[in-house]
Design a protein around this ligand. Structure first.
Ligand code: ZN
Length: 363
């Protein structure tokens, strides 16, 4: 079915990225999302160890479109492994407080992606994160967390070609998939109040009984539906079981696409919507280099009823996060931009996006 023929319902894309140094890429991104029927987006910014976070760009986006942009801020991990004046840095717990106060709607974490977990050397259930997770629970701030990767990324025979280029083929120097699940699930046990959206269906699309057991055990856990195209291939292997799962857990699944300002491929949105809304068997889009080339060629839709679509498209996210995007506290945002500008200077990061965004917002 054509994008224009799909359901006309309120839709929030809970998993998008906007970053880099081109602030002008924001409007084309929102226009493309609107063309695909999406009214509001949640922008996830990302922080990496030893680098300043991309949060200034997320703050910019929210300031420009306060009514349509949610922001899950990335953690500023510039303090890790860098010689920095640490009067400029904040603990993770303090960052959670600061971002909640300045108007972020949640926090994005990438710490459970195998390459990130390997690089940081910090276990997901390490004491390093204790105060931080405790604070997230206290202030009721949700987290969207990327933990694990598709199981075939550990198997050179089964890994799709598109995953090899960015280096997502893991060997035994990387943590195993099972060890990542164990670390993560110890966090869930310790902080049952933590509100979590696991990115990419928590990579359990081929293990629906395990996914169901986790959702039954942890009422605050949700899965987003952003491809990982393997997810849709796995559902297609047993479409009846997949449909049953979606109906049973329709309150726990959240629409997302991983759409980004730098890669405006509408087929990325279409493939998820067509899967949810129709019972068509259709070819994988070939214009997205995270979908294709692949030995798997077709996907079969599960044609969910409108009531389930409404929840997955918007209501679940609104219940978990908030009905409207939180307002940006400009004064607190400017103070954080000042701090990040100083961190960027100290690290020699160019361009200094925090300073650029602060200047743009002040103008
Ligand atoms: Zn993503």
């Amino acid at each position: 079915m054509d994008l224009s023929e799909l359901a006309k319902l309120p839709i929030i894309d809970c998993h998008t990225h906007f970053g880099g140094d081109d602030l002008g890429a924001l409007e084309p991104m929102l226009e493309a999302e609107a063309e695909a029927g999406i009214d509001r987006v949640n922008i996830l910014t990302v922080g990496f160890p030893g680098q300043v976070s991309a949060d200034p760009v997320g703050i910019y986006a929210k300031a420009r479109h306060p009514e349509s942009i949610y922001l899950f801020a990335g953690l500023d991990q510039s303090f890790l492994g860098r010689d920095l004046d640490h009067r400029l840095t904040h603990s993770l717990a303090r960052q959670a407080e600061i971002y909640a106060a300045l108007g972020a709607d949640g926090i994005k974490m990438l710490s459970g992606k195998p390459d990130a977990r390997k690089e940081s050397g910090i276990a997901l259930d390490s004491v390093v994160y204790d105060d931080y997770f405790a604070r997230l629970c206290e202030i009721d701030l949700p987290v969207l967390w990327h933990v694990n990767d598709p199981e075939e990324f550990w198997d050179p025979e089964r890994a799709p070609e598109w995953a090899k280029a960015p280096g997502w083929l893991y060997d035994d120097t990387s943590p195993s998939s099972e060890s990542l699940y164990l670390e993560c699930e110890r966090v869930l046990e310790k902080y049952p109040g933590l509100k979590i959206i696991f990115a990419h269906f928590y990579f359990l699309s081929d293990f629906l009984p395990r996914a169901a057991a986790l959702l039954d055990r942890c009422p605050n856990v949700h899965f987003d539906l952003a491809p990982g195209i393997e997810m849709l291939h796995n559902f297609g292997k047993r479409p009846e079981q997949a449909r049953e799962f979606f109906l049973k857990y329709q309150d726990r699944l959240i629409f997302g696409t991983d759409f980004s300002g730098s890669r405006l491929m509408l087929s990325r949105i279409w493939v998820v919507r067509n899967f949810l809304e129709t019972d068509e068997t259709f070819h994988v889009p070939t214009d997205d280099d995270l979908f294709w080339p692949d030995h798997r060629t077709t996907i079969r839709g599960i044609a969910l009823p409108e009531a389930a679509l409404k929840k997955i498209y918007a209501e679940n996210f609104q219940r978990l996060v908030s009905a409207q995007p939180k307002a940006l506290n400009v004064e607190l945002a400017m103070a954080e931009l000042d701090r990040l500008a100083m961190v960027s200077d100290a690290l020699g990061t160019s361009p200094n996006m925090a300073r650029r965004v602060a200047a743009t917002l002040a103008a």
